[in-house]
Design a protein around this ligand. Structure first.
Ligand SMILES: Cc1ncc(COP(=O)(O)O)c(C=O)c1O
Length: 394
């Protein structure tokens, strides 16, 4: 593949915008002005294939007609009412989510972000069990708020900004079945785990480890929380990773793809957890707002009517088979949460691909390039990635 028109444009930084935004991420050399399907359009006229979806958010790609229309219609009809006021759009979204998951987790609390969903899941676990310890898994990421950060691997050393963690946490090594019993005891309120770790490098923990966590939770009375903020909502080619691995947790948290970019998140609870709910135990202003609910219903409708789960399975299998070229030597993860293992630093490969008009992601594993593509990706797009990888030094 010859360098795309993006290459020339990428060699100069984007035009200067007044620098008042807090610098919290190192910026890519790309300024997006519009987007359609799987393509981003940059301010210098470049066209970039998006295999990253804004950190796993843009599941339907960009300018999806039905999603766009659902939001516009809801904005015209009634843009907001609190959870104290009944709205059919909210009931419908929650009902569709429960049916989409098909896991018997039939009580939904709608919130705004992945971290907030995890905070509430942990709060419910403490409430239901009356215990104060949580087990998490090494290399996990659960968010940047007080409780979600406390169960995130390495946060205390790197960025945890609170004077102390709000409860006791211990971390189980990944896939280490033998270590589980020592970390999950009758003191443990919950085990929180990403079945496929996102930031940790699209690292799949696998059915054996997840089943062992389920068994140990049953033995000790701890609750099992699957953080499917990144790996859920169809990203693996299944509704949730819980469906993929056949392990049913007590709670699932999800966000990102749930709204296709409209900020929203959900906590799904099984009956044992829902029994611990009382009025005023949980709350939110914006969570479950009608715009978010219109977005959620439109995402599920599109996934089902456009057979996107099947598409994710098919195109991601093609990607794993075709892209073992150039600096890529292997893969891990599932569906469009795939980690391509690289011979050299993934951040260099990411930069080289972006210079060729393809946006990918990195992870906390320096040798894993993360693919978080929109579910509408097709085989010819994968061929563009393969051609670009083939041009790169191994
Ligand atoms: C697995 C997982 N959990 C939680 C979060 C936090 O979500 P949010 O940024 O919406 O708070 C993320 C975000 O990347 C995530 O990947």
């Amino acid at each position: 593949m010859s360098p795309s028109p993006a290459a020339a444009a990428m060699s100069s930084p984007p035009r200067h915008i007044r620098d008042v935004l807090a610098r919290v991420f190192a910026p890519y050399p790309l300024e997006v002005v519009s987007a359609e399907g799987v393509w981003l359009h940059g301010s210098r006229g470049e066209r970039v294939l998006d295999l990253y979806g804004g950190h796993a958010v843009a599941a339907l790609g960009y300018a999806h007609p039905a999603w766009t229309q659902a939001l516009a219609e809801q904005a015209r009809t009634c843009q907001f009412q609190t959870n104290a006021v009944a709205m059919a759009v909210r009931e419908r979204a929650a009902e569709r989510l429960v049916r989409f998951a098909g896991l018997g987790l039939e009580t939904v609390f709608l919130v705004n972000s992945g971290a907030e969903a995890n905070e509430n899941a942990l709060k419910m676990a403490f409430r239901v069990t009356g215990r104060a310890h949580v087990a998490a898994v090494e290399h996990s990421f659960h968010g940047r708020t007080a409780a979600a950060g406390a169960v995130t691997w390495g946060a205390a050393q790197k960025w945890y900004g609170f004077p102390r963690a709000p409860f006791d946490v211990s971390f189980v090594p990944r896939r280490d079945v033998a270590a589980i019993a020592q970390h999950v005891t009758t003191r443990t309120a919950a085990v929180i785990v990403e079945p496929i770790q996102g930031l940790g490098g699209a690292f799949d923990l696998g059915a054996t480890f997840l089943q062992a966590l389920r068994r140990r939770c049953d033995e000790t009375g701890a609750l099992l929380i699957f953080d499917e903020v990144q790996c859920g909502m169809g990203r693996t080619g299944h509704p949730f990773a819980a469906n993929l691995y056949g392990v049913i947790p007590d709670m699932i948290t999800t966000a990102k793809a749930l709204g296709n970019g409209f900020p929203c998140a959900a906590l799904l609870m099984g009956p044992a957890v829902a029994a611990g709910l009382k009025l005023d135990v949980l709350g939110t202003t914006f969570g479950g707002g009608p715009l978010a609910c219109a977005a959620i219903a439109a995402v599920i409708e599109a996934i089902e009517s456009e057979h996107l789960l099947e598409r994710v399975q098919r195109v991601s299998a093609y990607l794993r088979e075709r892209c073992l070229v150039g600096p890529v030597t292997g893969h891990q993860g599932a569906g469009f949460l795939t980690g391509l293992k690289t011979t050299r630093p993934a951040k260099d490969i990411q930069a080289e691909l972006l210079a060729r008009g393809i946006l990918t992601g990195t992870s906390s594993d320096p040798q894993v390039l993360r693919i978080l593509a929109p579910y509408i990706l097709e085989e010819p797009h994968v061929d563009l990635l393969r051609d670009a990888l083939e041009e790169l030094p191994a």
